[in-house]
Structure formats: C-alpha cells, structure tokens
Design a binder for this molecule. Structure first.
Ligand SMILES: Cc1cc2nc3c(=O)[nH]c(=O)nc-3n(C[C@H](O)[C@H](O)[C@H](O)COP(=O)(O)OP(=O)(O)OC[C@H]3O[C@@H](n4cnc5c(N)ncnc54)[C@H](O)[C@@H]3O)c2cc1C
Length: 231
C-alpha cells in the first residue's frame, strides 16, 4: 500500500493558474537526491489502494522539491484534492517513477495530449533540447481557458483543438498531426486513451513506424486512477 511504502512530502507552493489548474510544489527530506528521468510521474496516495498520477515538470534533487501542474476536471478525488491544497498540507507519494522517458525523444518531435498533459509537455523544457523543434498539439475543452495556462508554461505556440461532440474535432486534429509529421520525427501521445489509440492507428496506417511513437494513456471516461501503461 502506498501509505506504507510512500515518501512524505509537504505542499510548499500552490499557484492558481486559471480556473481549472493548480501549479503545485511539493517538498521534503524524503525527496532529496531521488533519481528522476524527465517524464517520470509521481503517484499521490489517498489512503488504501487509491492513488492518482501527476507528472513533475521540474525536480530539484538538492532541495528535494518537485513541481507539477494539475488539471481539475471536477469529478474525482485527485481533482478535489488539487482544489483543496494549501501550503503546509502533508502528502504521501511514490516516485518519481517511470511513465515516459522524455530525455530520449529526439528532434524533431510531435507531442500530443490534453489538459492532463500540460505538465508533461512542460517537462520537455528540462530535456537537453528543451522545447526546440517540438510541435505541441492539444485537444481541450476550452481553448480560451487553456491559452493563458500554456502561456505561463512557455507553450504559447501550441496548436489547440476544441473538443466537439462525438469527438468530431479528431478528424481535423488527425489531419493536422499527420500533415505535420516528418519522416524522422518522434512522437509522444498522452492524455485521453481513445484519442491516443485513434492517432496511433492513423499514424501506423500512414506508414509511420510504431518505434517512432510512445503512447501513455492518462485517463478514459468512466475509469478511475490510471497509472500509465506504456506501449
Ligand atoms: C502517467 C500519468 C501521468 C499523469 N500526469 C498528470 C499531470 O501531470 N497532470 C494532470 O492533471 N493529470 C495527470 N494525469 C491524469 C490524472 O492522473 C487523471 O486525470 C486522474 O484520473 C485524475 O484523478 P481523479 O481522482 O481526479 O479522477 P478519477 O477518480 O481517476 O476519475 C473520475 C472520473 O473522472 C474522469 N476523468 C479523469 N480525468 C479526466 C479528465 N482529464 N477530463 C474529464 N474526465 C476525467 C474519469 O474517467 C472518471 O470517470 C496523469 C496520468 C497518468 C497515468
């Protein structure tokens, strides 16, 4: 159980970034000098077997602190926890642990995701090549609400697609991603499981090698607490 094996931390900063996001800094002695591969996630424990995954966008090994951006979609313990967080609150976490290794993503690169992926996208900045030659594409519920959040993360050049009923926006999104794909490109697909699966299949149909693409599903409607199974 995570509470038995987890590390203890404390909320050091809470920044409200728009209505639906919180930029959280967690710190503590247990987090000093941990191994961190950019793209690793941390799992926060909510008692028993319940935990939720979030991706540090930065980690300071000397200070023992990590920072992540959490999206409050409004319907889960993770979402409610983010909204409730105050400086000094204790927490129990596991990780950083493997989710996607962004350090090995060569350029040019394509990064696809949604609101839950902004923190992972921002973690690209901590890689050797930073944001250079990365095309960021996101499906989001409200481009108006997300644009200032992406500005805050230095991701203002990202291309946003507004979600539509029955995922109709994915037709245009798929065309955009495949149209921008270059032969030597690496791709990282994160976020909603069904969107990733669709993009992956479309890319494979276009002859793009599966080795060029890393998929990590972050959530799926009706399912709780994804931990990130990599394919
Ligand atoms: C490896 C990994 C890294 C992740 N990193 C981040 C991160 O850095 N920042 C971040 O914000 N999230 C991140 N996530 C996603 C986050 O863990 C999930 O959104 C998680 O479900 C949130 O927990 P919850 O308790 O709020 O909702 P849950 O209790 O898990 O789910 C309750 C309901 O809400 C739905 N739901 C979950 N997420 C969404 C959503 N985004 N939009 C609409 N409905 C949703 C579920 O389908 C379910 O029906 C990551 C996930 C993984 C696997």
């Amino acid at each position: 159980m995570l509470r038995l094996f987890g590390r203890r931390g404390e909320v050091q900063q809470v920044e409200r970034v728009g209505e639906h996001f919180r930029l959280i800094t967690i710190g503590g002695n247990d987090l000093v000098d941990r191994a961190w591969t950019v793209g690793d996630m941390t799992q926060f424990s909510f008692g028993g077997w319940e935990s939720r995954a979030y991706t540090p966008l930065s980690y300071d090994a000397a200070r023992g602190s990590l920072e992540f951006l959490g999206y409050m979609h409004g319907n889960g313990i993770g979402s409610a926890w983010l909204e409730s967080l105050r400086i000094g609150d204790p927490c129990v976490l596991v990780g950083p642990r493997t989710a996607v290794n962004l350090d090995v993503v060569t350029r040019p690169a394509m990064f696809f995701g949604d609101e839950t992926s902004f923190s992972t996208a921002a973690a690209m900045r901590a890689t050797l090549h930073g944001y250079r030659a990365v095309s960021f594409v996101f499906e989001v519920t409200s481009p108006e609400n997300c644009a200032p959040v992406l500005d805050r993360l230095g991701l203002d050049e990202a291309t946003l697609f507004r979600r539509e009923a029955d995922d109709r926006h994915l037709d245009a999104l798929e065309r955009h991603v495949l149209g921008a794909f270059q032969p030597s490109m690496r791709a990282v697909f994160t976020g909603k499981a069904a969107s990733i699966a669709r993009l992956y299949k479309a890319a494979r149909r276009e002859g793009i090698s599966g080795k060029q693409i890393t998929n990590v599903a972050y959530w799926a409607p009706g399912r709780k607490g994804f931990s990130g199974v990599q394919r």
